[in-house]
Design a protein around this ligand. Structure first.
Ligand code: AMP
Ligand code: MN
Ligand code: MN
Ligand code: MN
Length: 283
């Protein structure tokens, strides 16, 4: 049977809807062999996921998806094979979560001004004391009937230029690559085809990332087209970066996409896992 990798998923430790335990169970059902849990700015779901993965006989890669301010833009960097005990990583992620709370308060104020009251309290209640994200605001707005679905909330309120959008001010690319390295992990540019960048801007990002010691880019991501995959494969090869694959699964109600169901990594790209046995990252 094919060895199936899914190296980008979310649980209730960030903005996913399944607990880490249930997420691992679903991955097992979907025949995933190696699963990375990569919650936004949090490694708090890893211990629970690891226990369940051991029980079910599936390989769990401890991961994280970190928000990065790159100039005026926000991008995401995935760390794979990070040591959850690393103090620098723990400290830095808790700082990111503090920044998320500050951003959430500002989002609440701005939404209030545009006629949507209680959004801060509502979103905070939905995140159950864990990390607060735009997704929680989106769910609150849908629950209150302001908009029909979360995709529309984003479009109307939560993206650049819209009333509830606050970019936030996250760590730099340099810092994030360094934290991941300090935690013994590998860094990956998450879903590069999704950024609203020109080809030149994207290549500047890959250049900066490579220079800083970054390892890979997501050549395959959940909602990529075949074209996206081949374009990102080309970039990976050009920059001497490895390729990663991840569904970016957030829960069954979030997308039609199943955990572990993605296009194959195009030929010619070095998979990020090619030397994992040697590095003792996951297996
Ligand atoms: P945050 O990290 O708090 O800024 O929230 C980013 C998260 O919001 C992403 O990881 C997605 O889960 C979600 N998201 C971003 N854009 C959209 C969109 N257009 N539709 C639905 N969810 C989105
Ligand atoms: Mn998310
Ligand atoms: Mn992301
Ligand atoms: Mn993600």
């Amino acid at each position: 049977m094919k060895y199936l990798y899914d190296l980008h998923t979310h649980s209730t430790a960030s903005d996913g809807t399944m607990s880490p335990k249930d997420l691992v169970g679903r991955a097992k059902q979907a025949d995933v062999s190696v699963l990375a849990l990569t919650d936004h700015d949090s490694i708090e779901g890893i211990a629970e996921a690891k226990t369940e993965a051991l029980r079910l006989g599936i390989e769990l890669v401890p991961g994280v998806e970190i928000s990065v301010s790159w100039g005026p833009y926000v991008i995401h960097v995935v760390g794979l094979g990070v040591d959850p005990e690393c103090e620098l990583l723990q400290r830095s992620l808790s700082r990111q979560r503090e920044l998320r709370k500050e951003r959430a308060r500002e989002m609440g104020r701005r939404l209030d001004k545009s006629g949507i009251g209680d959004a801060y309290d509502g979103a905070m209640a939905l995140c159950n004391g864990r990390l607060i994200s735009r997704t929680h605001f989106a769910r609150f707005l849908v629950d209150r009937g302001y908009v029909d679905d979360t995709a529309k909330v984003f479009k109307k309120y939560l993206v650049p230029g819209k009333p509830g959008y606050v970019p936030g001010s996250w760590a730099s690319l340099e810092e994030v690559v360094a934290w991941i390295k300090a935690a013994g992990g590998q860094s990956v540019i998450a879903h590069p085809a999704r950024y609203p960048f020109t080809r030149t801007k994207l290549r500047t990002l890959f250049d900066d990332f490579k220079e800083l010691g970054g390892d890979a880019i997501e050549v395959v991501s959940g909602n990529y087209t075949r074209d996206n995959c081949f374009t990102m494969a080309r970039h990976a090869i050009d920059f001497g970066l490895m390729g990663s694959v991840g569904s970016d699964f957030h829960g069954p109600e979030h997308s039609r996409l199943e955990i572990g169901r993605m296009l194959d990594l195009p030929e010619g790209v070095t998979p990020i896992w090619h030397d994992w046995i040697k590095q003792d990252l996951a297996i």
